[in-house]
Structures are given as C-alpha cells and as structure tokens.
Design a protein around this ligand. Structure first.
Ligand SMILES: Nc1ncnc2c1ncn2[C@@H]1O[C@H](COP(=O)(O)OP(=O)(O)OP(=O)(O)O)[C@@H](O)[C@H]1O
Length: 325
C-alpha cells in the first residue's frame, strides 16, 4: 500500500455514500419490530493525508461506522470505499488499506506484545523480512514489555499495543475509536505525539471522540454525527466558530430601516424590514446581556427565536464533558 506512486494516490482516503445500518431487532425489546437505525444515509468524504475527527454524543453511531470500515459490522445499504477500494467488491484489499484501533481492548492475556504483533503480521501476510515488530514496539514505548504477558500490561500499555497492532501491515489509513476514553493525560499526550508522527509520515487518521476539545486540538476537519446522521462536516476552525456562535432571529412589530448602532457588536443582518438576525459568541456573551441590549434599543419585538438548536444542543453536550484528567 505505502509503495503506491504519488500519481496513483487517491484524493479521498475514505469515501462513504448513503451508508445505512439498521441492526436486527432485539428479541428482548418488546414491540420493537424494526431494529435500531444506527446510521441513516451517511455521506462522508475523508481527504487523504488529514486528521479527521468524527464527533458525537453517546449512541450517535460512531462505533457502528468504524466497525463497518473494519468489516466487523455489515452495512445495510450504501457504498464504502477505502483508499479507493470498494468494500463490497474487494474486501481483502480494502482491509489491507486500513488499520483499526477498537474501543475495547480485547487482548489474550497470555500473549506477549511480540507474539501478538507477529501473529497479526502473519494474518495480513506481511513477509518476515518486512516485519517491523520491534520498531513498532519502540515507537509506542513498549520495547521493554516485548516478552511480558499481556495480562501484566497496564490499560495505557494495552491501548498502545492495540495501536501497534493496527499499524503492523503499514496501512495508509489509521482509525482510532475513542482512543483516549479512560486514559490519563500523560498517555493521551504520548498517543497524540505518535498519531502526529504517523500523520507527518503521510498516514491519514480518522478518530472518534466525545470531546470537542480533543477534536479541536488534533483534527483539521470534523464531522458531527447525531442519531445516525451527519449534521455538520467542516474544517475545524470554521466548525468551532459556528458551534460557538448563536443566531437569534427577531421578528419586529414595526418596520425597521436602520439597525440601531447599539446592536453593531452582534453582527446584525436585516433580512427584511420585519426580521433582524443577530449573532453572538456563547463563550463571550451571556444571552441575558443580548436581551438587555435589545431592550435598551426600544425595538418592538413580536417574536424571538434561536437558530440551529440541534447543533447548539450537541455543542453543549460535547463541551460539558471534558476528557478525564
Ligand atoms: N449490536 C447492536 N445491536 C443493536 N443495536 C446496536 C448495536 N450496536 C449499537 N447499537 C445501537 O446503535 C446506536 C449507535 O451505537 P454506536 O455504538 O455506533 O454509537 P457511538 O456513537 O459509538 O456511541 P458510544 O460513544 O457510546 O460508543 C445506539 O443506539 C446503540 O444502542
């Protein structure tokens, strides 16, 4: 994979079109004839060479999407291409193009890191001469644990071992599902340093997270998923600004031709003589201060509504929970 010439490299590392996943109905949920719709016509274009964040609250569908890429979950509908290889037509080569670090750290307790990586390399048909077992263990600060039983490794070491395992076949795309869930600050920094190093080497990174701060720190592009739908997908700076900006639409009781100067700091947009849109940064301005400013102008307000409530709710949800310190 890594040997592909620059001219033949795809523009998109991952391309997803109309992806639907409906889980089979569970027998213990009475009355639920239809299974859970976990992904509802998802389209995503993940450019080659970037760090792409898939952000969303619990149960949004992030793991389902990752597990479809990893071929652990079968999609219901839609097209998935990894490194321009269709998952349905050529699952084997699609699998060779991607390394996935799952959320769960299932490692056989009696395997050593070296055995585990050798086994994985064998599964992917990596010839012995091309194996990079010790190099990977060193890169992830696990060289001194190469021959220790996995059961003696700490949670952080296991997580790093899973990253090494995902990189054994040198895939051009690395996917990390909630890599820092329950991980301490030091390990998080180590993990990100390694991810950045891979990125610098040209590996495309896709990660899922609950945490806006984390996505903001690492990712150049972020997609937000909620209830199985992608509700935003933008460059990080643009998205963060949009998430932090609240729009308020005022319906006026009388025609307005000139916006009062006192509202200038709220980026006013007079849509028509009866509708005025204002913007404010939620991290900088309290809603009460905005109301006070409106009241002080003496404008007659017939109605007031906020726009893009869905994104705002998610923003609150994502910022309320912070990464574990
Ligand atoms: N095997 C399954 N059978 C039935 N429903 C499932 C299954 N796996 C997940 N779901 C449901 O599909 C929805 C999406 O779950 P998913 O695990 O993909 O979300 P998530 O965004 O990864 O959440 P989390 O961050 O909590 O892992 C949830 O409502 C979940 O309960």
């Amino acid at each position: 994979m890594a040997a592909k010439s620059a001219a033949s490299l795809p523009d998109l590392a991952v391309s997803i079109k109309g992806l639907v996943k409906r889980y089979a109905p569970s027998s213990d949920r009475k009355g639920a004839k239809e299974g859970k719709l976990a992904l509802d016509h998802v389209d995503l274009a993940i450019p080659r060479g970037g760090i792409f964040g898939l952000l969303g609250p619990n149960g949004a569908g992030k793991s389902t999407l990752i597990n479809i890429l990893a071929q652990l979950v079968r999609k219901t509908e839609g097209e998935v291409r990894i490194w321009d290889i269709d998952l349905d037509r050529d699952p084997r080569h699609a699998a060779a193009a991607i390394g996935v670090v799952p959320q769960e750290l299932n490692i056989d307790p009696f395997f050593t890191p070296r055995d585990l990586l050798d086994l994985q390399a064998g599964m992917y048909g990596v010839p012995k001469a091309e194996r990079r077992t010790m190099q990977l263990l060193e890169a992830l600060s696990l060289a001194d644990k190469a021959t220790a039983y996995a059961r003696t490794l700490s949670g952080g070491m296991r997580r790093r071992l899973m990253v090494a395992k995902a990189m054994v076949h040198n895939p051009p795309v690395l996917v990390l599902d909630e890599p820092t869930a329950g991980v301490d600050v030091e390990l998080r920094q180590q993990l990100w340093a390694y991810v950045r190093e891979l990125h610098a080497q040209g590996v495309t990174i896709l990660l899922t997270t609950h945490y806006l701060e984390e996505a903001e720190e690492l990712c150049d592009q972020i997609a937000i998923i909620n209830h199985g739908k992608v509700i935003a997908c933008e460059p990080t700076a643009k998205l963060v600004k949009r998430l932090d900006t609240k729009e308020v639409l005022l319906t006026l009781g009388a025609d307005l031709t000139t916006v009062p100067a006192a509202l200038a700091s709220f980026a006013p947009e007079l849509k028509d003589p009866r509708h005025l849109k204002l913007h404010y940064r939620t991290t900088e301005t309290k809603f009460g201060a905005l109301l006070d400013a409106i009241r002080a102008t003496g404008l007659e307000i017939a109605d007031l509504s906020t726009v893009e409530a869905d994104l705002e709710d998610i923003f609150l949800e994502l910022t309320r929970r912070r990464p574990a310190a």
